[in-house]
Design a protein around this ligand. Sequence first.
Ligand code: FAD
Length: 476
Amino acid sequence: MHARNKELILKELQSIVGEKNATAAKHICYAYSYDLSFVKPKLPDFVVMASKVEQIQEILRFANKERIPVVPYTAGTNIGGLTIPERGGIILDLKRMNKIIEIDPEALVAVIEPGVSHAQLAAALAPYNLRFGWPVGPPSASVASCAISHGIGGMNARYGLQSQEITSMEVVIPTGEVIRAGSCAINPEAWHSVLPMPQLDGLFKGWLGTTGIVTKLGINVHHSPPLLKIFTVCCDTVEDMYSYMLNLSNYEICDDLTGVSWWLAQVPIPYPYKPKPDKDPEWFSYATTYSFTQKEREAKEEIWNLVLNQEKNKGTSIKETHYPEEALKARTQLPSQIVGSTKNYCKQGGAGISWPGTFTPAKKWAPVYRKWKEILISHNLSPSVRMSMYRGVHYGMLRAMIPFNKQSEKETENARQAIVECLRVDLDMGGMPYKPPVDFAMEINKRAHPGYLMLLKKIKQLLDPNDIMNPGKLGI
Ligand SMILES: Cc1cc2nc3c(=O)[nH]c(=O)nc-3n(C[C@H](O)[C@H](O)[C@H](O)COP(=O)(O)OP(=O)(O)OC[C@H]3O[C@@H](n4cnc5c(N)ncnc54)[C@H](O)[C@@H]3O)c2cc1C
């Protein structure tokens, strides 16, 4: 960008948000140019921190007129390069918009601004004995960003994805107009449901910040029953773990039903690859259950015992095991010593971490894992894999958390190649990547139905005629 031009643009941005809240300073732009992932850093030209909807409108109108890219940003922890500005321009950091507008403990709805973090919401819900599904990501990350990106948390076996908890939203579209989707579109006080109207919220969920900026979000929150019991098992093969998880999920008693490979159970995840000791099981699982009464809890325990015995009688290697207390706590509570701390994931690796994160039919978990294990070990990386059931149905998350040495270009490229190879295997078996970096988006689009791509392009063109919103991320 021409220096004179840059100065004028900065002045205009400062006139909108105040001098202190818009900058082109190199060291600040540098801090927004990279994330933990294998995606190559790219510098923005400006970093702007808005605090009001009207400011976002003004910024987008101006950016549209001048054809300047705008990348919405909250904490940059998505580990897919999703806030790395492909074409420079403005990083619009929304952290200052961090008001919890309302918590309605009767309607079980909270209305939040995009900068509200998981830690902040957890603290605000606690006095009402309410909860949301906390992800195992950093507690400083935004609840809204996670929800609109189809993120997952600790209640996904019961309530599904964070995006399925969305009840209403307010958005500034790239041309600067404010729109609303869900009940708040009809009555500004009503934030309880996106149904039964056309689901316009879908235009902003899973789009990676390429169609608009969410400025208010309604989400369902849930009671926190007093009796928590987490059932833990281990076994020797992925097939045995799949069989147990499938069986248990049929009874729909779990808020979270997750299996993790030996490598993911280590703190930190081994980097480079380290063989598992022969005597250790290869898979561990936790099944989180909540009950309101002792009798309800006993009934759940009875079901779990039934499943455990059925699996043993089938001749699988499933057996009960014990997790450390802190690890159990980490599955349901914030803060935690174990999860959310990126150093626990990648301190050995030199600060890099990426994932092939997918929604995959459960019956494909075992064959995909076996292939992933081969690929990852051949790249000297740990097969640190997680499988989680979604909404009591037989599909769910299959992902590998891959630490690597980000200080080394060669090791970063090695991780990228391994992860993209893993992703191809999963796509070929019917899986779908979530929060996809551009490399993944290209792989998805190669396989996409032409009608899907055509509609995607038409919608993008309609909402963002000058392609200013996080351009390049959809790989189209
Ligand atoms: C160790 C580790 C573990 C993790 N575990 C999980 C996990 O269990 N579950 C999970 O879901 N995620 C997990 N993550 C990923 C990450 O924490 C989540 O994706 C997080 O929700 C992203 O929030 P953020 O505030 O960092 O968003 P950012 O990275 O800042 O943004 C994410 C995307 O949303 C867009 N965006 C941001 N704000 C807006 C807005 N207001 N309007 C429109 N678009 C917007 C951005 O442009 C970008 O495309 C993990 C990450 C790490 C490092």
